[in-house]
Design a protein. Sequence first.
Length: 236
Amino acid sequence: MEVKIGLTKTSKYAMEVCGDTCDFVERPYGGLTVIIADGQGNGLGAHHTSTMVVNKAVSMISDGARDGAVMRATHDHLYAMKDHKVSCTLTMISADLESETLVISRNTNCPVIVKTDEYETVYDEEVNPIGVHRHTKPRMYEVPMTPGMIVVSYTDGIAHAGRKRTGKEADFNHIMDIIRDNTADDAAYIAKSIMDYALTLDQDKAGDDMTVVVLGITEGSSSSLRIAQYQAVYPF
């Protein structure tokens, strides 16, 4: 099987720096973890917060820490460094080859959507962001990895798109239709399509920082060669 990742990100209109940070890291025993953080506020301050959170998580995963421990320790780190005055939402999605499962960890008000050929699940239970409440814990879920699986996560700039322009937020059913109309091979296209939809609602002037991450599990190539490929585009 193969893991395919699609990522799109943009900053709030008229802000040079995006307050969201997203990165992925290879797991010590195989697989990838995607980390998405949305720092409180916008601009450089939010960017510094979210980058600190993501870098802490990347370091711990690289050292072999389990996802639940990473989420709790990252919260404790932000809580201490910012004197429990700054919040940050945090989501981690791990394709863990050691357990052959998908592990989802949430401290965010935005959902994580999982679609397979057999079922659809939306993980959206209420949970606190990290950094403010002393005993904050993540919501965690674990499901078997299967070919054809699509996992989608995004920050609240996507969820609230359109609210400042029309008073109405993004239609969750439309986001689901984008996911249903595509396959795990289309991870990058799904991410771009959701971003395009949100920007259309905001009349191409994003009302908040926006990030969309899509992870697809595919059958993979029949070739015996196992070549990892990554691609990035960074506008400036």
